[in-house]
Design a protein around this ligand. Sequence first.
Ligand SMILES: Nc1ncnc2c1ncn2[C@@H]1O[C@H](COP(=O)(O)OP(=O)(O)OP(=O)(O)O)[C@@H](O)[C@H]1O
Ligand SMILES: [Mg+2]
Length: 454
Amino acid sequence: MPNDLIFIVDDDPALRKLTSILLEDRSYVTQAFETGEDCIRALDERPSAILLDMMLPGMNGLETLEQIKLKSPTTPVILVTSINKTDTAVSAMKLGAYDYLVKPYDETRLIASLEKALQQDALNTHVHFLKTEINKLKTPQGIVGNSPVILEVLTKAKLGAESGAAILIQGESGTGKELLARTVHENSPWSNGLFVDINCGAIPDTLQESELFGHKKGAFTGATEMQKGKLELAHHGTLFLDEIGEMTLATQAKLLRFLQEKTFERIGEHRKIQVECQIVSATNKDLKEAVAQGSFREDLYYRLAVFPVTAPPLRERKQDIPLLCQHFLTKYKTQIRKHHTGIHPQALQALMDYSWPGNIRELENAIFQAMILATGEILQLEDFHFIPQNISTTLPAPPQTNQTDTKVLSLDEAIKSAIQNALTASNGKAHLAGEILGLSRSAFYRLLKKYDIR
Ligand SMILES: Nc1ncnc2c1ncn2[C@@H]1O[C@H](COP(=O)(O)OP(=O)(O)OP(=O)(O)O)[C@@H](O)[C@H]1O
Ligand SMILES: [Mg+2]
């Protein structure tokens, strides 16, 4: 494409000049260098392609190519040399050269090769862009919560991710293990690659291996086409092995071999495929117990749990409930097409008192159902039908029932405690706390004053 920046690296000044003129006549922008070192130093200018002479003073062509591939792996490089040595050509292609030309240049051949290289560069850029977009679409808004418990888990997960070590996330159902796994991916060295998940619990035992490693056409009955496995797709990205406790012993053995050798074979093939990726696994089972019982390999356990992280149950981070409620109100606003501005303090208190055996997923469902049921703008206690009777009876009665003096007093207490919870959740920021409760700034300040809270 016109205006594409092309680097020309050649120690022959006459040839540098000639190639520059030739390319600039076709509206390319060129920059010429005498040595490989000079070219490497200028890589930040992001050339669209590089024409690289093999015989250079100092760093030779192959060494320069290696450096370019390290610093700018997708930039296409066309190698040029005066000696037609096929072994050098082979080495160059192995190192990732896009093409190989023999001096003296045949002008048409040079331009043809360059144009194809530029097409590849444009394609690479597109693929990179699309990958980022896909990951963005898949990216959840992030982990909501600012309790010390969740902040500690997040810090740990991020540190683990940066180290690139295999991470095992353990935790009860609904605690956000998948969300944590995505956070690990975003913070790992492979965050530009794909996040590929495989749910071992959802795949029939007989298909686990082929799902993970892929298969050759005709490898087994039903294998009508060659299929790449999830592992291959995760190359330079993250492989998320969800419900790892459900993996069969046969698949465990194969996975272990991959983790040791970094290579694997598709079922029915003998070609070794190399994959580098971040490994994250998750389970709500006690894997150590599974090891003791013989249903999970001990050696695999230690390979996967280089860096163990625990997703805490919601009952251990209840102070995140107000923020989570607000998050789910916003999340479902468009889907349900009902706008709820907040949760009544009494209802919020009931949510804080509940033990949430199903963790965040249960809370999310509760908010979703209440939003569908609620008629007013503020979600009321009676909109949360799921709250078991024994719990709601321990709560202050709703305001519209016949209230005795003591009941009115407990409602006051509930309101006070909800305000305090909202303040904790918003780090003491009154306007945010008001938002959580669906109150205007002035209404919230009136309440603060009324209940003498600072
Ligand atoms: N901290 C959080 N902030 C916002 N949403 C969350 C958070 N944690 C979990 N969720 C939401 O809760 C739901 C359950 O989370 P997730 O699927 O990650 O749990 P899980 O631990 O993988 O559960 P399971 O063991 O049942 O597979 C999801 O909709 C997720 O988006
Ligand atoms: Mg899950």
